[in-house]
Design a protein around this ligand. Structure first.
Ligand code: C5J
Length: 220
């Protein structure tokens, strides 16, 4: 067993049953002209997570531990896009509309792909998901079971939406979940801080939180 210093208390884990989950590091959320910006967000705020996430990814790759990437996106025919999701709010472009990086949040379009800085390599799993959580309507649960994973370390965007939703879903399914705090960002700094508090409160009701340096130190 290995131990990472974390909030609300040490995270004890068995490396051979631990995987890294990289949530939605997509151009559509992280670069101008994509889904995030159409909703009125300052996408530059998410870029602070890139360098820490690169360090975390490198540590998992060096240790030979599994890495799973997710992408929030929809089929080109929009058959997996509920009207409620497409019609919500007043974005400048809606999901499926043509934007500067291709159709917004559509599988196979440049904007829906993962940013080059954190691009998956051969052997890493990529899960396309139509929802905020990675378990809904995907093979994510089966992939985790096939890999024999019991503990998950999370990075990704945005902290309080797809990262937290997936951590909650994983927690309910019996996984011990640790958020790599500086490898996750939000368009709303206060929401990121609140999400970390919500995850770690009440004795780790959703899981643990720790900065990348403290995780990498143990994986080395
Ligand atoms: C959002 C996500 N924020 N990946 N998606 O719509 O968090």
């Amino acid at each position: 067993m290995a131990v990472i210093k974390a909030q609300p208390f040490d995270f004890t884990f068995e490396p051979s049953t631990t995987g890294l989950v990289m949530i939605d590091f997509q151009r559509d959320f992280m670069e101008p002209g994509g889904f995030g910006e159409t909703l009125g967000n300052d996408v530059s705020l998410l870029r602070a997570a890139i360098e820490p996430a690169q360090a975390l990814l490198a540590a998992f790759r060096k240790a030979g531990l599994p890495v799973i990437h997710t992408r929030e996106c929809h089929r080109p025919d929009l058959s997996d896009l509920p009207d409620a999701k497409r019609d919500r709010g007043a974005p400048s472009l809606r999901i499926g509309d043509a934007g500067p990086m291709g159709r917004i949040l559509i599988s196979g379009e440049p904007g829906a792909d993962i940013i080059p800085e954190l691009y998956p390599i051969k052997g890493e799993t990529v899960i396309d998901k139509p929802g905020k959580g990675a378990f809904y309507s995907t093979e994510f649960g089966a992939v985790l079971a096939d890999l024999g994973l019991k503990q998950l370390i999370f990075a990704g965007v945005t902290t309080e939406v797809c990262v937290q939703t997936t951590m909650r879903e994983a927690n309910d399914r019996g996984f011990d979940c640790l958020l790599a705090t500086d490898a996750s960002e939000s368009y709303f700094p206060a929401f990121k801080a609140a999400a970390i508090d919500m995850i770690t409160a009440q004795g780790g009701i959703v899981g643990w939180a720790s900065p990348v340096a403290q995780i990498v130190e143990v994986l080395d």
